[in-house]
Design a binder for this molecule. Structure first.
Ligand SMILES: [Zn+2]
Length: 266
């Protein structure tokens, strides 16, 4: 079974490591089963190939204690919120049955990121529709035969096909906001996870190692560490801890005991 407690969905391999990798590691350390769904395979990257990225993503997942990771075949640089793409993501949600889904924030510089946010949200909704036959929906689009065969191979690996494809809607959706300048509604303390999370990001050697190609857009290791540390410290400072990752939830917070609310006011 691939049942997960938490599934992080993002456009590109390494997005999750940058925006919520420390949180995923912390959740795994708490005993939760975590997973990552990358929507694309990274074939448009300036550096390295999709195969390089696949190997690096697997290594990063191991470092973060992630139980499950998969990449869809949505074109890199062309993440679109189509019916077919929503079905593909909804299929994964039924397959992995997460209680919590982490999505990218719905605004940003890179279209793949903000489109992934809406695509992910709508897929979560679709996955819960009892009468929606996702497999049939996907195979009906014969023009997308590659997708259908990719999905078929996933389904074939499932021991309990019926159970895996039952409707499922996540209980909670939270948005990782690190790529966008907005005040988070909560942060997760990753002080204990910061170093390991940085190592997970460094698994993407094709992206972050010191090299000539694309050096104007890809900072060297020391520079990326300084940036990541600066961001983590900033969000940590907001909550009175050393390092943190920012999130936003659309819902209000619910409190039982006023004396137990964390983060000092004055
Ligand atoms: Zn990205």
């Amino acid at each position: 079974m691939t049942n997960l407690d938490i599934l992080a969905i993002a456009a590109h391999r390494d997005d999750v490591e940058q925006t919520c990798g420390g949180t995923l590691l912390k959740m795994a350390e708490l005993g939760h089963r975590t997973g990552i769904l990358d929507l694309t395979q990274g074939e448009m990257g300036t550096r390295g190939t999709a195969e390089d990225r696949a190997r690096e993503a697997e290594q990063a997942a191991k470092t973060l204690g992630v139980s499950w990771r998969q990449a869809l075949d949505i074109p890199d640089g062309r993440v679109e919120n189509t019916w077919e793409n929503r079905l593909k993501v909804a299929h994964v949600i039924r397959q992995t049955r997460p209680r919590v889904v982490i999505l990218p924030y719905w605004k940003g510089r890179h279209p793949d990121h903000y489109i992934a946010s809406k695509l992910g949200y709508e897929a979560c909704f679709l996955a819960g529709l009892a009468k929606l036959d996702i497999e049939r929906g996907l195979s009906a689009h014969s023009a997308f035969s590659q997708i259908a065969s990719a999905v078929a191979s996933v389904v074939a690996r499932e021991d309990q096909k019926q159970t895996a494809l039952a409707p499922h809607r996540p209980f909670k959706i939270v948005y990782a906001t690190l790529y966008y300048d907005i005040r988070p509604t909560f942060v997760v303390d990753i002080t204990q996870q910061f170093d390991t999370r940085f190592e997970a990001l460094m698994a993407y050697k094709s992206q972050f190692s010191d090299q000539e190609a694309g050096k104007d857009i890809f900072p060297a290791r020391d520079e990326i560490r300084a940036r990541i540390e600066g961001m983590a410290r900033f969000y940590g400072m907001l909550a009175g801890v050393t390092y943190a990752e920012p999130f936003l939830q659309k819902e209000v917070g619910l409190v039982e005991d006023l004396t137990a609310i964390p983060v000092k006011s004055i």
